[in-house]
Design a protein around this ligand. Structure first.
Ligand code: GLU
Length: 325
């Protein structure tokens, strides 16, 4: 009974594939999108994608939900383990997962990782107490800094940046690993001098800090950053526009990564096609669902900063619309 003969396998294969075309139309398919903390931008972006996909459910039967998470590394781990079908991730962590390095060193390359589309740039952002005397990145040395939870993108990207500067965690008076839900309060309570967040702007978390106490955003640049951007395709220069937060009236130059939507190769072409179609066919609505999405351009979202190959469901939609030409 426990053995499947070759003939049995063939019959099983045939009957399954005969059933498949009807599965989407008659049954619900559940997908979860891994995001980040609720006061970041991943969470509302995932919510915007699900909202548009759920609106056409009568056509495809997909029920999309959003999961709050620790951030990119946690999302990629859960995606690989089959606990999520789709995830948001930073382009640097996506690159490391696909090639098996950095945070994922020691693991086999996640070669089934696939891109759906790129979204917006995420700035490496240092939010400091105004009274902490931190005006340049170098001033962080000897200070109390929050670099985020170990499963977050900021924790990993800051580790890379510190290494590039030749610093270790011993160069700080204190290094904490609070989640975004807690870093604004810690800053305004004067338990830390600064926190790092790799995130799109504006976001609720930095608004919370800026509204509660006097903060500044610290520019990051110079030779170290120039070399990081030159050597790694997943980094880019990013400026945080003026006027997004109380007391921050000038543009702040820094660098950062791309925020990308990813999946696994074995997630069905139909699911990823429908998700892509829901966002791109309703693009005017999508870009109004969060201020960070307002300046997105379709043409850039299909190629800029992707760190893994396109999923076949996404490329099917993009080819139909001539977006890959
Ligand atoms: N970039 C952050 C991370 O990967 C998440 C930012 C957000 O939640 O918007 O952990």
């Amino acid at each position: 009974m426990s053995m499947i003969t070759p003939l049995g396998a063939v019959i099983l294969g045939l009957s399954l594939s005969a059933l498949l075309p009807n599965v989407l139309a008659t049954e619900q398919t559940f997908i979860s999108i891994g995001t980040g903390g609720v006061t970041g931008v991943y969470y509302p972006t995932g919510g915007a994608i699900c909202r548009l996909l759920n609106q056409s459910r009568s056509e495809h039967g997909i029920r999309c939900s959003v999961e709050s998470s620790g951030g990119s590394p946690d999302n990629l781990t859960a995606l690989r383990a089959g606990e999520l079908e789709v995830a948001l991730t930073q382009s640097d962590l996506e690159y490391q997962a696909y090639h098996g390095g950095g945070y994922f060193a020691g693991q086999a390359a996640f070669s089934d990782l696939r891109s759906v589309f790129a979204l917006y740039g995420e700035a490496v952002t240092i939010v400091a107490r105004k009274d902490a005397g931190i005006t340049r990145f170098d001033d962080l040395k000897g200070k109390r800094i929050n670099i985020g939870h170990p499963g977050s993108g900021q924790h990993q990207t800051m580790g890379h940046l510190f290494t590039a500067y030749g610093w270790t965690l011993n160069d700080f008076k204190l290094v904490s690993e609070l989640r975004p839900a807690d870093h604004a309060q810690a800053l305004c309570d004067n338990r830390i001098d600064a926190f790092a967040y790799v995130v799109g702007h504006p976001n609720g978390s930095i608004k919370e800090a800026a509204n509660r106490c006097d903060v500044s955003l610290v520019p990051i640049g110079g030779e170290v950053v120039d070399k990081l951007v030159a050597d790694n395709a997943y980094y880019r220069y990013i400026s945080i526009p003026a006027g997004m937060y109380r007391g921050v009236d000038e543009q702040v130059r820094t660098f950062g990564v791309g925020a990308n939507l990813v999946t696994r190769a074995e997630i069905s072409e139909e699911i990823i096609y429908q998700l892509t179609r829901a966002v791109f066919d309703n693009f005017e609505r999508f870009v109004r669902l969060h201020p960070r999405l307002a300046d997105l351009k379709k043409e850039q979202m299909v190629k800029v900063g992707l760190s893994s190959p396109l999923h076949e469901g996404a490329s099917r939609y993009f080819n139909e619309k001539g977006l890959l030409e």
